[in-house]
Design a protein around this ligand. Structure first.
Ligand SMILES: *Cc1c(COP(=O)(O)O)cnc(C)c1O
Ligand SMILES: [Zn+2]
Length: 422
């Protein structure tokens, strides 16, 4: 049994029972799930959590679901101490929360999808869908297949092949839209209305977004029930950052962690070619001006983020900041993370690391305090973003002689060809 009391509008406070609706009927503000926190305080303890499953449902008491139907292998991703990367950046306590290892489709989206699909089934939907920049589509398609649901995913036409195939293989209807994510999202609102399907990040959005809290709960437990001083996360639609902020806040309110050394600061990372939230943060104005995205970081290329304003608030409340990364900086950061820590992330992760580097170098994030960098997706789906930036390896003949030459670099490949060795 869940502790959900219902929905509440974040703007005007209007209450509603829990149902498949995401905007307030009075003011069009977003609905958010509210819980019986007094009851949660009596129930949820570190000891009880420790006996829970090692997946997103470890946090079931803090999620809006009565009966999970999927996600039994999602979540519980590594929090890795990243000493080799820390050495390069000159900082003393650096961690990577690594959702490139999330199962089954290797991104943070497993968290939100596990919750939203379970809720869709609870509400009696037999068809689910989403508007997506790729990873959400992959995750919805996989979880829907496993749960035996009809599935439609809507994506911009120009996504990386790994993201397109990574949906198609699970057998949903993949609808590619001639437009960017914001066009896809607008269409999906109309489709949710007309066809009455569960579009996870539209009419099930209040439940979907709650799943993102598990990223933050896991960090706290993995740090031994402590919060990091600094948390850097990418921003696309603006779900994960304010929800991890909410997760930390809930853990403090429930007495599960101490609110030590003045709270935890949050930092937003965006690509320079699509940075409406970081721009607002830097200008110190709480109005998010939409942009037309132009970046290799397609998974976070959302020019008009639904929850951008709440990202802004979480950043300002916590005393954090934001930073943007150019395409070149994103690629360099992907390679740095891979070569120092053995983690291959996609451009969203490259963006987050590149932003973290800027914030650390500029002194915004002190080098001697605990830092968590949120890595949200896997590089295997976006091979093309590294195209041309990696050293090409010309083949050699299968002879020790040729290998010796390659190793000591005395002969170039061209010389080897001329000598008839290749
Ligand atoms: C969706 C996504 C994000 C963040 O999206 P939000 O809408 O801001 O929660 C970050 N990284 C990757 C790889 C994603 O797919
Ligand atoms: Zn309202």
């Amino acid at each position: 049994m869940s502790f959900v009391e219902g929905l509440q509008c974040r703007e005007c406070g209007r209450r509603s029972e829990a149902r498949a609706v995401h905007v307030c009927e009075d003011c069009f503000g977003p609905y958010e799930v509210v819980y019986d926190y007094a009851a949660l305080r009596r129930t949820v303890t570190r000891e009880k959590i420790a006996t829970g499953p090692r997946n997103v449902w470890r946090w079931a008491d803090l999620l809006p679901v009565d009966k999970p139907v999927t996600g039994f292998h999602s979540g519980n991703t590594p929090l890795r101490r990243a000493d080799r990367l820390a050495e390069v950046l000159g900082c003393s306590e650096l961690y990577i929360k690594d959702d490139s290892a999330n199962y089954p489709t290797y991104s943070y989206k497993e968290r939100v999808v596990s919750v939203a699909i379970s809720k869709a089934v609870e509400f009696g939907f037999d068809t689910v869908g989403c508007a997506s920049t790729g990873n959400l589509a992959n995750s919805v398609a996989a979880h829907a297949a496993a749960a035996g649901l009809q599935c439609f995913v809507f994506i911009p036409h120009d996504l990386e092949q790994g993201k397109v195939v990574g949906s198609q293989v699970f057998g949903p209807s993949v609808v590619r839209i001639k437009g960017n994510y914001d066009d896809v999202n607008r269409l999906c609102s109309e489709i949710a209305d007309k066809y009455g399907w569960a579009i996870l990040n539209v009419n099930l959005r209040p439940y979907y977004t709650e799943g993102a809290k598990t990223f933050g709960y896991e960090i706290a437990e993995q740090l031994g029930w402590k919060l990091p001083k600094h948390t850097i996360l990418p921003v696309a639609g603006g779900t994960i950052l304010p929800k991890v902020h909410k997760a930390y806040q809930e853990l403090i309110d429930l007495g599960l962690v101490e609110d030590s050394n003045g709270g935890s600061r949050f930092y937003a990372a965006q690509a320079a070619g699509c940075n409406p939230v970081v721009t607002a943060i830097e200008k110190n104005i709480d109005v998010i001006v939409p942009q037309k995205p132009r970046t290799i970081a397609k998974s976070i290329a959302i020019g008009n983020p639904a929850d951008g304003f709440y990202v802004y608030n979480a950043i300002k409340q916590s005393g954090g900041h934001g930073a943007s990364a150019t395409d070149q900086e994103i690629v360099d950061a992907i390679r740095l993370l891979a070569t120092t820590e053995g983690i291959w992330t996609e451009p969203a992760g490259g963006t987050t690391l590149a932003a973290a580097i800027k914030l650390i170098k500029s002194g915004r994030i002190p080098k001697d305090e605990s830092i968590v960098i949120g890595i949200t997706g896997n590089g295997l789906k976006t091979i093309e973003t590294l195209g041309g930036s990696l050293p090409d390896s010309e083949p050699i003949g299968a002879s020790l002689n040729e290998f010796d030459r390659r190793l000591n670099g005395k002969a170039s490949i061209e010389e080897a060809v001329l000598a008839g060795a290749i």
